[in-house]
Design a protein around this ligand. Structure first.
Ligand code: ADP
Ligand code: GLC
Length: 482
């Protein structure tokens, strides 16, 4: 079975969030199941800066916006599965994958329409005839519009089916209607049953209406997005397609995220010997200049995009009370300027309790996940969430809001039955968040229970094997469907 993966980011090449972890990891596991995988990515400046030994494999010649364009295609031959990069410097050779601190790139519609179309052309040029085109999120969604409209009668794509995966319904790629005239699609697509959305063009909606099947990254999120509260205006479309909408929980790469071997950690540890974890905590406290007596106090960590999704308004409103209870908190994040400024200001005021670093820093992210006692994820919504799973693997106890994948992966610890791996709260309120953290801190004060909880956390198995099998089965089902 041949699968073409289309997504705008993938580790180890380019990453802004969890999409990159998933897209860079899942194809390895599908390859091991015997599937022939190829991944198509834009050749961003961030990728060029890595100085990888890429091999030129072909050139795509096609017309785009009235001009003949030559798009060189590069391959990373060192990858276990096939990874191709599309070069178009005018669109991709610049700072910022989607934008800069000044905002989104103004030509994102053109950038990702081009990427989607030229990925299909690349498949033809390479003679890689996919059984399934598996497109992820709005940036790749237009590939399915092109498949439907431009390549409908093309024998090369005869029999090719499609799967669209929603990693986050909040980002839809909304653009003014004029865009349609620039991206090689017929005006018919601007229709309420296709890509029109309250007077705008909605790229993500192309994925929802044209794909043979749709998946999202946790079972709970697959149900939530069919409700107005979590549907971002698309719940009706999703309800209509509910028969072909599936929820497959993400996995994590347990060989990369392993506290015994993680090269980013100054000290290693495992379930039977957690002394290295304590040393990581000491190192983390030192890095953030906390007073030395903090070592015996509970330390919470957060590693997150700074976006409304992630619940920072709730967190900020809870801080005074949490600090009065003796909690210390370190936050690594990047994103929305309003949160960056607010967190830095709070850090000035609460130096003994709060450490903040505004950056994208893989090593520090791993040290925080390893060295903290608690990991906070008070999200408004969370399609899956990966950091709670990374935390469990590093013996760090998640405190999460019971939504999406957080609901599916975290079970409240019960001090009587000794079952559970974390703490969770339902209502999006300061009182509920504080309540869950208080429950966690109460267990922290009881070393025998806390050890048991850490053991439960570290025993959880979220490896990709299960999810990869579920995707393979879904591909099969799509192929045999009418
Ligand atoms: P989302 O995709 O919504 O951002 P996930 O939990 O699925 O949330 O994935 C986030 C990924 O990005 C994780 O691998 C996390 O460690 C990483 N990450 C987020 N912010 C940062 C940061 N500032 N520095 C380093 N890694 C980060
Ligand atoms: C999105 C979601 C996150 C999910 C990730 C990978 O960015 O916000 O919850 O884990 O995609 O699927």
């Amino acid at each position: 079975m041949k699968i073409a993966f289309l997504a705008s980011e993938a580790i180890p090449y380019v990453k802004t969030g969890g999409l990159a972890d998933v897209v860079g990891t899942l194809p390895h596991y599908l390859t091991r199941l015997g599937l022939e995988m190829s991944l198509f990515l834009p050749l961003y400046l961030d990728v060029k800066k890595k100085n990888l030994a890429l091999t030129p494999v072909a050139e795509i010649k096609a017309s785009w916006q009235g001009k003949e364009v030559i798009c060189p295609l590069w391959e990373d031959k060192s990858s276990e599965f096939r990874v191709f990069f599309l070069q178009h410097d005018a669109y991709y050779s610049r700072e910022g994958v989607y934008g800069t601190s000044a905002g989104d790139h103004p030509d994102n519609a053109d950038r990702f329409a081009f990427y989607s179309l030229f990925s299909l052309l690349a498949m033809k040029t390479l003679n890689f005839k996919p059984d399934i085109i598996h497109a992820h999120d709005w940036q790749a969604a237009l590939s399915l519009a092109y498949l439907r409209y431009l390549f409908k009668k093309d024998p090369f794509f005869e029999g090719t089916k499609s799967l669209f995966t929603i990693h986050n319904l909040a980002y839809q790629g909304l653009f003014p209607p004029e865009v349609i005239g620039r991206i090689n699609l017929p005006p018919d697509v601007f229709h309420w049953q296709e890509m029109e959305f309250y007077g705008q063009v909605n790229f993500l909606k192309a994925g929802l209406v044209y794909a043979d099947a749709i998946s999202t990254v946790s079972p709970t999120y697959s149900r939530e997005i069919q409700q107005p509260e979590f549907g971002f205006g698309l719940d009706g479309v999703l309800r209509e397609r509910s028969k072909v909408l599936f929820g497959i929980l993400n996995g994590i790469d347990i060989s990369s995220w392993d506290p015994e071997t993680d090269p980013c950690l100054p000290y290693h540890f495992h379930r039977q010997d957690l002394s290295g974890k304590k040393k990581c905590k000491a190192e983390l406290l030192r890095l953030f200049n906390f007073p030395s007596e903090s070592l015996s106090r509970p330390l919470a960590g957060m590693v997150s995009r700074l976006a409304d999704q992630k619940g920072f308004d709730l967190l900020v409103a809870s801080l005074d009370e949490l600090f009065s209870l003796g909690l210390r908190l370190v936050i690594l994040g990047q994103g929305d300027k309003k949160y960056q400024d607010l967190l830095l200001k709070l850090q000035e005021e609460k130096r003994d309790f709060l450490g903040v670093k505004i950056a994208f820093d893989e090593s520090l992210a791993r040290l925080i996940i390893a060295g903290s006692d608690l990991f906070l994820i008070p999200s408004r919504f969370e399609p899956c969430g990966l950091t709670q799973m990374y935390s469990l693997r590093y013996g760090t106890i998640p405190v999460v809001r019971a939504v999406g994948g957080l609901e599916d992966t975290i079970e409240e610890f019960d001090p009587v039955t000794l079952k559970g791996n974390g703490f969770k709260f339902k209502e999006y309120s300061v009182a509920s968040l504080i309540g869950a953290i208080k429950r966690a801190m109460a267990i922290y004060e009881q070393p025998a229970l806390w050890s048991r909880l850490i053991q439960n956390a570290m025993a959880a198995d979220f490896s990709w094997e299960r999810a990869a099998r579920e995707y393979a089965e879904l591909y099969q089902r799509i192929i045999i469907s009418e």
